[in-house]
Design a binder for this molecule. Structure first.
Ligand SMILES: Cc1cc2nc3c(=O)[nH]c(=O)nc-3n(C[C@H](O)[C@H](O)[C@H](O)COP(=O)(O)O)c2cc1C
Length: 298
């Protein structure tokens, strides 16, 4: 029996961790074991942007993120990520882990196997407010989970500030247990029979099920900022709706096709950059800009 890896980026024994444990109890009801990673107990450093990973397939930073990424993105498991909302989006622990994915893409992504979405995932978002102050949390957790998992369920627990406050929110606790069951149950099905079973809002992206829209140019054209699925706002029988592009849903940003396209694009960009940086003009300008300006320190 495969297991679930639960990643909490909240406080030790905090609300994310409690909800994740409740989801683990739900999964255990179906006989699926969950192992929990508590990111705040580990060393998590942000990416320094050195791009060494693109050439060596390794990260130069010495911390625990490589291990976290192997557990969450490479191993053949279900995945549940629980993150608190900090300043409207997933907290820096999760964002730091997510932005360190590049060397995993380089190493494991070559044959696109980690992008194939044959594994499933769930998302738990925790905030102390209602939706007005958590608008980007589900969306930013999705930015991590969508790379490697087919999303089965996602939930938001609101109005939990102090550590453990979520324990008084019966509905959120019950919902987390259901989420664990949903992920475990999906793991037992052939992947082509797995469906998203979470609650959808009236407008949602058919890929990540988030309801935040990006307008690239002019209405009525809209895009999901997570998956880059395009759509068009239409009026049908007096009702405003979005008609989503079906090809984009299949070949979205996180599909094997989309991931490969982006990796190839990055390769091409590196080559163009390298050619430019060899020129005398670039060397002269770089010298000028590195000498210019007043850098201040504390
Ligand atoms: C720096 C910081 C920023 C926060 N920003 C938000 C926010 O924008 N919206 C929100 O709903 N809650 C916000 N919160 C509240 C946390 O999401 C809430 O306390 C949550 O329960 C923490 O999860 P944990 O108990 O697993 O650590 C913030 C908390 C901190 C520490």
């Amino acid at each position: 029996m495969k297991k679930i890896i639960g990643l909490s980026t909240g406080r030790k024994n905090g609300n994310c961790e409690i909800l994740l444990k409740e989801a683990a109890k739900g999964a255990a009801e179906l006989g699926v074991e969950t192992e929990i990673i508590r990111a705040m107990d580990l060393r998590v450093l942000p990416c320094k942007g050195c791009f060494a990973c693109h050439f060596t397939q390794k990260c130069v930073l010495d911390d625990d993120v490589d291990w976290i990424l192997k557990k969450t993105c490479v191993e053949d498991t279900g995945l549940i990520v629980a993150s608190p909302c900090y300043h409207l989006r997933a907290n820096a622990y999760l964002m730091a882990i997510a932005e360190r994915l590049n060397h995993i893409f380089m190493k494991e992504g070559g044959d696109c196997s980690i992008f194939k979405k044959t594994r499933v995932g769930g998302i738990i978002s925790v905030g102390n407010s209602d939706k007005d102050w958590t608008t980007l949390n589900l969306l930013t957790i999705n930015l991590f989970v969508q790379h490697t998992r087919f999303l089965v369920d996602q939930m938001e627990a609101n109005f939990a500030m102090e550590k453990g406050a979520v324990l008084r929110l019966d509905k959120s606790m019950q919902r987390a247990r259901l989420l664990g069951r949903n992920v475990a149950s999906a793991m037992m099905k052939p992947i082509d029979e797995v469906k998203f079973v979470g609650e959808d809002s009236p407008i949602y992206c058919p890929s990540c099920h988030c309801n935040v829209l990006f307008v690239p140019a002019n209405l009525p054209h809209v895009t999901c900022p997570v998956c880059w699925v395009h759509g068009e706002i239409v009026v049908n029988n007096g009702q405003w709706q979005i008609v989503w592009n079906k090809d984009d849903v299949i070949n979205n940003r996180f599909s094997p096709y989309g991931e490969k396209l982006h990796l190839d694009f990055a390769e091409k960009r590196f080559e163009e950059d390298r050619q430019f940086l060899k020129t005398d003009k670039a060397k002269k300008l770089l010298q000028e800009y590195s000498a210019y300006g007043k850098i201040i320190h504390p």
